[in-house]
Design a protein around this ligand. Structure first.
Ligand code: ADP
Ligand code: ZN
Length: 210
């Protein structure tokens, strides 16, 4: 299965992706995670990516497409993949169509008024990447999955979030139309709970797998 996750920042792409890859044994390819790993290791890509990510802007297409193209040629993607956070622009979607056959695009649709609160209250595990919200943590400071320390992402502050949401509206939302025309969109309501979102998606994926 070749799957893409589409949705605004805070829609719950990462949370859904981690459930999908556990259940369907697909490699999880998150461009955001790849960039954060590069930033941590201070690679040349990390240095470039950081200057955009800190401002809530997109990393240029040339850099992003090259990373994804390289990643998709690896052995573990032979039987499918789960792309999370890519494509985010028309040019990225077109580049992807040239190298692979996308089967399903899961669009997580969330009430926009929820996103600022979700992102500014998000805490992430530094070891496994799991996301939490402060309202569900009850003061816990470590990950319930692996015990790792939780931190707040540098781009999860009100100013940067606003610019990420603006960028989403201008550059990424048009991809819903792009994939609708290809007949590949599956819309799911992301304003409910993570469990509920996964259940709806699993029904769809089980039907696809048969
Ligand atoms: P979110 O979906 O919550 O914004 P991500 O971890 O997916 O978080 O992305 C974090 C940042 O990494 C983005 O704001 C952007 O700067 C950069 N990024 C991630 N994926 C892409 C992409 N496909 N194209 C350009 N920039 C990207
Ligand atoms: Zn963890």
């Amino acid at each position: 299965m070749n799957i893409i996750l589409l949705g605004a920042p805070g829609a719950g792409k990462g949370t859904l992706a981690s459930k999908i890859v556990d259940e369907y044994k697909l490699p999880h390819i998150s461009t955001g995670d790849i960039f954060r790993e590069n930033i941590k290791n201070q690679t040349p890509i990390g240095v470039v990516a950081k200057s955009y990510i800190d401002k809530g802007q997109l990393v240029p297409d040339e850099v992003t497409c090259q990373i994804v193209e390289e990643r998709l040629t690896r052995e573990d993607c032979k039987n499918g993949y789960m792309l999370d956070g890519f494509p985010r622009t028309n040019a990225q979607a077109e580049a992807l169509d040239k190298i692979t056959n996308v089967e399903l695009v899961i669009n997580i649709d969330v009430d926009f008024s929820l996103l600022m609160g979700r992102l500014c209250g998000r805490r992430v595990c530094k070891d496994c990447g799991e996301s939490y919200h402060i309202t569900r943590l009850n003061g816990a400071t470590t990950c319930s999955r692996c015990g790792g320390e939780l931190y707040q992402r540098k781009d999860d502050n009100p100013e940067t979030v606003q610019s990420r949401l603006d960028v989403y509206n201008a550059q990424t939302a048009p991809l819903i139309e792009y994939y609708t025309k290809q007949g590949k969109i599956f819309n799911v309501n992301g304003s409910t709970t993570p469990e509920d979102v996964f259940e709806k998606v699993a029904e769809k994926l089980n039907a696809l797998r048969k």
